[in-house]
Design a protein around this ligand. Sequence first.
Ligand code: SF4
Ligand code: SF4
Length: 211
Amino acid sequence: MRRSPVHGVYETLRTILIGMRITLKYCFARTVTVQYPDMPPTTQPQFRGFHWYEIEKCSACKACARACPIDCIYIENSGPRKIDKETGRVRGGAMIRYAIDYSKCMFCGLCCDPCPTECLHMGDIHDHSGYDRPSTIVEFTTLAQQGLRTPMPAWLLKNSLPDWARRLKEKWTNQPEPAREEMRKALAEQPVEKKVPAAPAGEAEKPAAGA
Ligand code: SF4
Ligand code: SF4
């Protein structure tokens, strides 16, 4: 059935008014959009972002890599690494590579649970950018050389940052020097200190035979 031009004009105006009604409703509704990165993103306490990795506590046991359902954690070490129970630090072989391919990672957090030294955590950043696929692989050993435990988004490298981002950047980059020193040590072979068993009480004062 052919409709008259008047009906066409009527339909056009009617649909514009319906569209504008929805627009007007949202003009007065509560704002839910966060102007990121001018404003901080709101995340929940159990948020799972890019990993936070404490290399000096990593024993290279590969439990995290075995637990990963998509095999996107890559670990290489030059020799066995052992935990010093007194200091909680690991000595032995060097960490040659600890990398995660974030083009595959689905942020499930299954890698963190089996870590025996609790050195792998889901972090609090959610964005990471790159120009090609290889740049989505984060080399945590390279980050450790710079004193970093988590990858920084490219926009955080800008000089002019909002206050919240500057505070976050300081938290990420201002590791105390003793911690940085331990991170550097994890990248090189560290001899395992052999503990000399303590002499039984009284034996130390025992005079030598024939003295
Ligand atoms: S968060 Fe999940 S997918 Fe990502 S590295 Fe860990 S186990 Fe693998
Ligand atoms: S499970 Fe923990 S200690 Fe073992 S390799 Fe992974 S991060 Fe290192």
